[in-house]
Design a binder for this molecule. Structure first.
Ligand SMILES: CC(C)(COP(=O)(O)OP(=O)(O)OC[C@H]1O[C@@H](n2cnc3c(N)ncnc32)[C@H](O)[C@@H]1OP(=O)(O)O)[C@@H](O)C(=O)NCCC(=O)NCCS
Length: 171
C-alpha cells in the first residue's frame, strides 16, 4: 500500500485544505483539533509543534503528535498520538485516535495508518499502547484486534452514554 503516515509541513497546505472538504457536515475534530477558518497554515503548524512539547496547551491536554495519512498526495485520514495518558484518556481516548474520511473508507487505510503509528509511538517511549473505542464501532475494534490488541474491559462511559472497549497493545 502506498500510504505514508507523517506530520504536516509547509508544502502540505493545499493537500490539507483539500482534505478539509472531505469532512463537510461532520465534526471537524475527526480531521483537525487546531485549524479553524481564518487560521494561517503556518500558525497551524506552529500550534502542532507546541502541542508536541505540551507548550501553551489547555491544562487537561497532554503532549500530542498529529499525523496524516497521505495517498498519492491526498490526505485520507489522521492519527493523533497522545504521548502519555491522563485520567481522562485512561477512561476514554487512550494513546491514539484515528479517522478516515468517508470517501476513503473500507480500503484498509485506517488499519495501515494505525500500523504505521506504532513505530512512532514506540519512539515516543510508549511501551504499552492503550486504544479505546465504542463497542458499537465495529471497524475500529477490528483494527485494534488486528494489531494484537488485548481487551482489558468494557466500561460504560457516562459522557458518551455508550459502552467503551479498552484494549492494550504491547509495542
Ligand atoms: C473507524 C474508521 C477509522 C475505519 O476506517 P477504514 O479506513 O474504513 O477502516 P479499514 O478499511 O482499515 O477497515 C478496518 C476493518 O474494519 C472493517 N470495516 C470497515 N468498515 C466496516 C463496517 N462499516 N462494518 C463492519 N466492518 C467494517 C474492515 O473490513 C476491516 O476489517 P478486516 O481487516 O477484518 O477486513 C472510520 O470508519 C472512521 O473514520 N470513522 C469515524 C471516526 C472513528 O470512529 N474513529 C475511531 C474512533 S475509536
Amino acid at each position: 500500500m502506498s500510504l505514508k503516515l507523517r506530520e504536516l509541513s509547509l508544502k502540505d497546505e493545499q493537500a490539507f485544505m483539500n482534505g478539509l472538504k472531505d469532512w463537510e457536515g461532520e465534526s471537524l475534530s475527526w480531521y483537525t483539533f487546531d485549524w479553524k477558518p481564518g487560521v494561517l497554515f503556518s500558525e497551524h503548524l506552529d500550534r502542532l509543534k507546541k502541542n508536541k512539547r505540551g507548550v501553551e496547551t489547555p491544562k487537561a491536554h497532554v503532549p500530542s503528535t498529529m499525523l496524516y495519512g497521505f495517498v498519492v498526495g491526498e490526505i485520507v485520514g489522521r492519527v493523533n498520538v497522545r504521548h502519555v495518558l491522563n485520567e481522562e484518556l485512561n477512561k476514554r481516548g487512550g494513546h491514539i485516535g484515528y479517522a478516515v474520511s468517508q470517501k476513503h473508507r473500507k480500503k484498509g487505510y485506517a488499519l495501515e495508518m494505525v500500523k504505521q503509528s506504532l513505530s512512532i509511538c514506540k519512539t515516543l517511549g510508549i511501551e504499552r499502547l492503550l486504544v479505546t473505542c465504542a463497542r458499537a464501532n465495529i471497524p475500529s475494534w477490528k483494527i485494534i484486534e488486528s494489531i494484537g490488541g488485548e481487551l482489558e474491559a468494557e466500561v460504560y462511559d457516562d459522557i458518551g452514554k455508550e459502552i467503551i472497549r479498552k484494549y492494550w497493545v504491547g509495542l
